[in-house]
Design a protein around this ligand. Sequence first.
Ligand code: SF4
Length: 296
Amino acid sequence: MYGYSGKILHIDLTTRKTWVESKPEEWYKIYIGGVSMASRLCWENIEVGCDPLSPGNPICIANGIFAGTPVPVGGKYGLASKSPLTGFIGDSLCGSWFTIALKRAGWDGIVIHGASDEWVYVFVDDDRVEFRDASQLLGLGTYETEEAIREELGDDQVRSATIGPAGEKLVRIANVTNDGRQAGRTGHGAVWGSKKLKAVSVRGTHGVTVADPDALLKLSFDIVEAAQGPHTQKYRVLGTVANVLNMNRLGLLPTRNYQDGVFEYAELVSGEYLHDHYNVKTIACAQCPIACEQMS
Ligand code: SF4
């Protein structure tokens, strides 16, 4: 099998045991990766009828199939659990270095079961898993947590997905953050907080095997060329908020939790306004030539 390791890592925070699950090629053909695979893992591992903030709700992480390859915008992972915000399945897509590290560590995904008695962070060091005390990280924001873990492990290549104070306090809209990117939907931060899980940190030192490296490289260059053309210009200049005014004109701008589709102050949160008044710099997720992130 190319592009996958064929292995899912299971971690139980209650018993502090880990095990490896092998999946057949047919399974990968159906669930592929990212949100689809994470949602399937949630379906397979959840305790039916569980409270979203109980140990029976698993945290499921699945790499996108192109994470760690040259394919542009392919550095993505899906995160799924039962949502404490909606009570239904909650999935979120996030990108950048964390998923690349996980792929290089030899895992297609991780399922985290149970709940810890004490605050921990889990360090996945290729095929070795360590449960580490996180009490000294409590109260830190997500960026500070990532830095503190790198400092503690003495390796600036370690990548971490973390929660901040909101997740620790079980706020139901809390994010999970890595490398400045957010798995921002459906309250995953609260699920992690309910398990006393401050972070998942990964060091991956292997390569990713693909079937035809030359063909993939050529296709990737073609995509990079297209991705830097006129179709993505508005994202490169204004970011995804480039769409705010258009959506508002169409009556489709989610306003006050979709009670309305038109926002009277849309101009003030539009890409154009933010660009003119607050733009500080433009950055990109790992593995992305578009760079849509406009920092204000
Ligand atoms: S920088 Fe923007 S376009 Fe590129 S992967 Fe990240 S979110 Fe997507």
